[in-house]
Write a protein that binds this ligand. Structure first.
Ligand SMILES: Nc1ncnc2c1ncn2[C@@H]1O[C@H](COP(=O)(O)OP(=O)(O)OP(=O)(O)O)[C@@H](O)[C@H]1O
Length: 325
């Protein structure tokens, strides 16, 4: 398979079967470096099996998988150690160890890949990752059962970021979150992706997530990736599932919500411009698309941790639409 610097994952001719059931049959997909790729498809189309095939938890019957330019199939764990330490995974539901605290959960991959790290350093890295994902610092010693669903997702994300990965896999990160919590998690994902230069492979049923933060979307159907592109590019195809998914009532509601969010941010940008003109010596604020990130002082004033560079102003648009399974 040709190597390309533009692609962090390359999949060719993937075949996965469970008994008589064929889940993937000649699936191809490339993931570009630095993008957030949304992966969608009806329930049971094999999104999670695809992710598991990439990260080595599922052995496909045939095909080629390359990550960071290295083939991953047919190689044992020690051979892929250098590759595996360069990605992080947030499994569906967070998959935290219930008998470990949040900090201990974050330390699991650190202990696995760097067994010689001393305890003080493990604690320090875990604390940093906890705060980085917007959790309060006192979440570290808590057990998963003591956290809300949204906080558990953030704790799972903190663990996924433990090794400073270049590539992040997120399996339905906003499932089960309320609309405001889901929008905040999207903004956290995008903030981290931009700040840390991550590539994100994001499985979701959440149309708002697709519209809000995904650069491209890959659609799984008929045992393959039937289309991959920006949402306007997908809308230009005539595949019935794609048309129904994006043009159905939930798709239209997601577009409306996106439009409202855009209008709101335009208003904020205009008002920020007026403020800047009126107070030219004040520290500038940055308005990036839908995301407004204040200065550390602004964040502190809003109650966000002052040392958290990724904390973003949470969107409070009321409408949020999750695609049907
Ligand atoms: N270990 C396994 N053994 C047998 N069948 C499996 C196994 N893992 C997955 N499958 C089957 O493969 C198919 C695809 O599963 P997968 O979990 O990838 O779907 P999905 O697209 O992620 O679905 P959802 O959106 O509902 O999470 C399903 O029919 C599932 O039952």
């Amino acid at each position: 398979m040709a190597n390309s610097d533009d692609h962090i994952i390359r999949i060719k001719g993937l075949v996965n079967r469970f008994g008589e059931q064929t889940v993937h049959d000649g699936l191809d997909l490339d993931v570009r470096r630095g993008e957030i790729l949304g992966v969608v498809g009806g329930s049971g189309t094999g999104k999670s099996v695809l992710m598991r095939s990439i990260i080595g938890l599922q052995t496909p019957e045939a095909g080629e998988v390359e990550v960071f330019g290295e083939p991953t199939l047919g190689r044992d764990e020690t051979e892929t150690l250098d590759i595996r330490r360069r990605w992080g995974v947030l499994f569906q539901g967070g998959a935290l160890f219930s008998t470990l605290t949040v900090a201990e959960n974050v330390q699991v991959p650190l202990r696995e890949f760097y067994p010689d790290l001393d305890l003080a350093l493990l604690d320090e890295i875990a604390s940093y990752k906890v705060v980085m994902t917007g959790l309060p610092a006192d979440a570290g010693p808590k057990y998963p059962a003591e956290l809300s669903g949204g906080m558990r997702k953030r704790a799972g994300l903190a663990r996924a970021l433990a090794l400073d990965p270049e590539l992040l896999f997120l399996d339905e990160p906003t499932a089960g979150l309320d609309p405001i919590g889901a929008a905040a998690f999207d903004q956290l994902t995008q903030g981290l992706q931009r700040t840390l230069g991550l590539t994100v492979f994001l499985i979701t049923h959440d149309l708002d997530t697709l519209y809000a933060i995904c650069d491209r979307v890959a659609v799984l159907a008929d045992k393959k990736v039937i289309a991959v592109g920006t949402i306007p590019e997908l809308l230009a195809t005539d595949h019935p599932w794609i048309q129904e998914y994006f043009n159905g009532p939930r798709g239209r509601a997601a577009v409306d919500a996106q439009q409202k969010a855009g209008d709101k941010m335009d208003g904020q940008a205009r008002s920020a411009d007026a403020d800047a003109a009126a107070h030219p010596t004040e520290v500038a604020r940055t308005v990036e698309g839908q995301r407004t990130q204040g200065t550390l002082a602004d964040n502190a004033a809003r109650g966000a941790p002052a040392d958290d560079p990724t904390r973003t102003l949470e969107r409070t648009d009321a409408a949020r639409t999750t695609g049907t399974k």
